[in-house]
Design a protein around this ligand. Sequence first.
Ligand code: C2E
Ligand code: CA
Ligand code: CA
Length: 727
Amino acid sequence: MKPPQRQGTWAVREGSDLAASEVLVNAPDLVVCLDPELLIEAVGGDAEAFFGLSAQELLGRSALDLIHSEDQERVMANMKRFADGQETYRPELRLMHAGGYSVVVEVVGRRVPGPGGTHYLLVARRQLGLGVRQVADDVGIGILRCDPFGEIHESNAAASLLHGYAGEELFGRIQDLSVRVLAEPDGDSTAASGPETAVQLHPALRYLEDAGVSSQVATIVGRDGVSRVISFDGRRVQYREDGTPGIIMLLREVTELHQMQQELYRRSTRDDLTGLLKRSTFIQAAESMLKATVQQSGEQPAAQSSGSSLFGVLFCDIDRFKSINERHGHGEADRFLAQLSADLALLGTNTEASLSAGGTTSIHLGRIGGDEFALAVQCNNRAEFDRLAAGFRASVQRTALATLHVLVTASVGVSEFDPEVGQTVEELLDEAGAVLRLAKGTGRDRILHCDRSLRAVRIEQKRLEGVLRAALSAGRIEYALQPVVDPYTGQISGAEALARLRDDDGSLVPAAKWIEVAVSAGLSNAVDAAVVEPVIELLGSLVGRCPRGLPVIGVNLSDTSLARPDLAEWIFSLLERHQVDPVAFLVEVPELVLPVIRERAAEALSQFREKGLWLAVDDFGSGYASFNEVRDLPLNTLKIDRSFLTEQRDSADYIILRTALEMTHALGCRSVAEGVETQAELEIVMDLRVDYVQGYLLARPMPPDDFVRLLLSDRTLAPQRIEHGDG
Ligand code: C2E
Ligand code: CA
Ligand code: CA
């Protein structure tokens, strides 16, 4: 290659006695000429000060000897390329001073052709302190400067190391480096299949193509085969010599930082034990899958749709997991779950069935509760839902046999997206959960689909939830009072308060329909409070107005109310505010929740008893409460469930009823027979010495005002009826 020809000038005004050599001598820089063998043939400028050697000592020496040993190899490589015709040469290097220290200089070189070969004219300028390049090397920041065509003009040792080139400088074209560049996986890649990384352009080239991307992170698989995550920051620059544009990039290795971020991300989105998606991430991933399904089926008419147009959610749960936990211990149970999850990951890959149906199935798999798993499925064949549900069940059986050596079954609720209903993923999960509960309630070990009628029930429940929420926030929950009567005198001893909800059309919604909705929506304590507060207020308004003393009014408390940490405080402060004697207030606790109470509300109940409040077990006999359970709690009233009432003295129910009432007396409790509808039922419970009765026969639940009127009229209720019945 031909060295560049430069048409330099040296002009001196006429009459001046300044000689070119004079200028050289006084130049603040070091000027050195090397012969083709790189031996010094001329020195000028401040050469003696740079090296601490006289000019005579310098002449004839090898230039290389004057360079810091660590820089020699690099400089030689550069010199060689420069000699071969590479562009201007401007390295930064350390020169050795005779005093033993080094001087950092920036060098500009020129080739000077001569008859015996190429001579070199080098001008070195002192750098104050350390050179940028060396500092960069020391802190591991790579520098890469290249022209618009990707030709590298400058790089430092750190840049080479980051590309897996040990000890050499990067040179040549970026395109020709032997590295592979992988795009960084997006943080939100939640697919079960794992992140995809495509080979792509080197960030320097991307930056050259599109200056908009100034900061990039890429994984570089270097020439040494090691992959490093590197952040690249680019700037456009202009070459000092001729003003041509180029870029300079700073490189920093961020592998560790990146790994840490990845790990944090993984932990925030994935379940620790199983590595499956957590509930919130699962829903997010499923949501975008659902969106894609809807878009695809919107773009193509169903008939010719080649994409997957069906979407469904499977709610999968292991039957009797609690007993596995108890029998095998948490450690074993956890190992089982982890093993199961690994097995489940294969569900997505085994798509034979779907392939034969001529389509593709994609799934997301999440762990959404202790033993609850969910699948979001996009497919184009309805049979896929059953295939995957069966796959889950088989996987549970297989894993349980292998790890726990027992037969374990599982149930799955399936809910398919219906474009006419337009459910969200949360709603589909809700529906699938509801059918799952149904499956569990009807013998477990099965797959159930959410069908139209079930969906209609769910929709009605959702509607009622809305009505209830609106009523609660507007303070529009009402209550009725049903008298509780002493059947031997007919006198009203008190009442039970029953919550009432009005539908949008003003009609009353049966409690059986909406109390359940309140419970599953987590609103039952709000409902209880909406009854408790006005009831105590009503009692307060009756103080001093009842000739026979205050009636005892009972309220129903759900388990969430009973678990309120401020339960006793709440009730006592209300009673105090309205100056109501605690003996006029009764709390009904459903028999079903007695075990819960023993753990969480025993303290409050004891305080109630101390102050004279009445405590009743509601629906006694319906929940298999044991004698001990009742005896150990500070209860004093048992409300015998309506299902035990009978009109026949020789029936099995009669025996149970008699036992229940005998038990009440043995426990020293008062008894209330609930739901008495007929004269015969009333007579039987009276024969068995029941203390009080409540039922349609005596009085239906009525508005509070009607109850107050009835109470203050001092009318008796039962005996007349008995007399009538008898007469
Ligand atoms: P419960 O506590 O067992 O209330 C008695 C239920 O039996 C009431 O139904 C009442 O109207 C009904 N009943 C009374 N006498 C008769 C009768 O002679 N025959 C028949 N067949 N039924 C009779 P209601 O008002 O529909 O309430 C149903 C359930 O809703 C209540 O059962 C209670 O568990 C719950 N509930 C009502 N109000 C509240 C409340 O404020 N909070 C809570 N947590 N639950 C409530
Ligand atoms: Ca009750
Ligand atoms: Ca009851």
